[in-house]
Design a protein around this ligand. Structure first.
Ligand code: EPZ
Length: 420
């Protein structure tokens, strides 16, 4: 059982190696997709994080048989009861929205709590609902609940997204793989997590063309059979630890880091002066004596720099003497770490809703700070590495949503991080 706070004793360079866990954002839609299959699925390398634990609870609550063995999870969805998700299971977990497409495709109906926004943004689901309606779904929203039915079963359709959405792309894929006819998705998200979902579904017997591109063509299959799937390593966790090395100084071997999915991140790290050596087994990263400022950095849809590493790169940029402007183009409220960083003495300023200015090079002071959300919370631990005293971060329940054990991982790299 992990405590809700960690204390970081800063001032030490990192050195060591750590294995990167399986991807949260690949495992969630793949677990949802098991609803569409007959027989057993064996999912390897599922990260042991609270979002995945909650997803497994959701699947169990509607009748999935789930067994955990050492590092794999077996899921059999043959005995699904209904698409009624218990509110307490869905509460506060946005990733349950990826159940919409799968439950409607499997059960023909779904009732779930309307997935609210979160601290990083309103997180609307209009793109999901409009696309699924085009394929035959009918939604009714009342008292904070979504009730959806698909009376005739899903029919293939031409879905052209006005803006890229990872979750909406995943929902349409899950609705299309067993639909009648052909679905074409234009402006599909190209994130590696969408690719992993498609690869899993093809292994189960789905007919998906254009995987990895922004145009997917899916011919509905008659049936999908459960299969074995290894969850790819988490590119965001790998990037978090890469920026931890740049923030604290030193070097690290990040075993299984998916370098081919991190090109934009590695380019930024090299612009900051890091040495990055890629290999099929992982990534070696070495921080420079003097970190260079990036001048300006924009987050964007894949393959651009990921929004989920915006907080981590912000902290690393505080170590670089000079100015950095970071522009967040995906979410409208993702600068929660500015205030706590200011209490630690950082020269950081919100320029407008989408941009912050960092004047790096100042030594940060240890403070008691609070994590408000997943990636910002992880970034505050990185900030603690940059001080010469102690920083205590509360609210670690948010961090546990996406990191199996960030304290243990950073300790393996030589950091002095203790749970309290
Ligand atoms: C996924 O969220 C990830 N979550 C997020 O990771 C990630 O930050 C995000 O993709 C962007 O890469 C999971 O995969 C579980 P979007 P998702 O739909 O699918 C707007 C983390 O830290 N939008 O691609 O919710 C939306 O508001 C999390 O691991 C609509 O307007 O993101 C946002 O501005 C955080 N209407 C933009 O699109 C919609 O119907 C991109 O959102 C849907 C989205």
């Amino acid at each position: 059982m992990q405590m809700d706070s960690v204390c970081v004793h800063g001032g030490v360079c990192l050195q060591g190696k750590v294995r990167i866990q399986g991807s949260k954002n690949a495992s969630l839609p793949i677990l949802a997709a098991t609803l569409l299959t007959k027989g057993e699925n064996v999912v390897y390398n599922c990260p042991k994080i609270t979002d995945v634990f909650q997803m497994k609870q959701l699947l169990r609550s509607i009748g999935c048989k789930i067994r955990e063995r050492c590092d794999c999870v077996s899921v059999n969805a043959d005995q699904i009861r209904s698409g009624k998700l218990p509110a307490e299971a869905v509460q506060g977990m946005r990733s349950s929205v990826c159940m919409l497409g799968a439950l409607l495709a499997r059960c023909g109906e779904v009732t779930m709590e309307y997935p609210g926004g979160c601290v990083i943004g309103a997180r609307p689901i209009d793109l999901h609902l409009k696309a699924l309606e085009k394929m035959g779904a009918i939604f009714h929203i009342e008292n904070g609940m979504i009730h959806g039915i698909v009376p005739e079963g899903f029919c293939g359709a031409e879905v052209c997204f006005p803006k890229v959405s990872v979750g909406a792309t995943e929902n349409v894929i899950l609705a299309a793989v067993l639909a009648k006819g052909r679905t074409r998705i234009i402006h599909a998200a190209k994130e590696p997590e969408v690719v992993a979902l498609c690869e899993y579904l093809v292994k189960c017997g789905a007919d998906i063309k254009g995987i990895g591109s922004d145009c997917l063509i899916i011919n509905g299959a008659g049936q999908l059979c459960g299969c074995c799937m290894k969850i790819p390593a988490d590119r965001i966790v790998a990037g978090t630890y890469l920026f931890a090395v740049l923030a604290a100084g030193g070097n690290a071997w990040l075993e299984e880091a998916p370098c081919n999915e991190m090109q934009a991140v590695l380019q930024v790290a090299e612009r900051m002066g890091a040495l990055c050596q890629e290999s099929p087994m992982g990534l070696y990263v070495q921080a420079p004596e003097e970190l260079q400022p990036i001048a300006c950095l924009r987050t964007g849809e894949y393959p651009d720099f990921p929004t989920d590493l915006q907080s981590a790169v912000t902290v690393a940029a505080l170590r670089a003497k000079g100015e950095t402007v970071i522009e967040e183009t995906i979410f409208e409220n993702r600068f929660h770490i500015v205030e706590p960083l200011k209490t630690m003495g950082a020269d950081i300023y919100v320029l407008d809703e989408r941009r912050i200015l960092i004047k790096g090079g100042k030594l940060l002071r240890g403070r008691n700070v609070e994590a408000k959300e997943l990636r910002g919370g992880a970034a505050m631990i990185l900030a603690g590495l940059m001080t010469n005293d102690v920083t205590c971060i509360s609210g670690c329940k948010y961090i546990l949503r996406g990191y199996e054990n960030i304290g243990k991982d950073l300790r393996e790299l030589g950091a002095r991080v203790v749970s309290v």
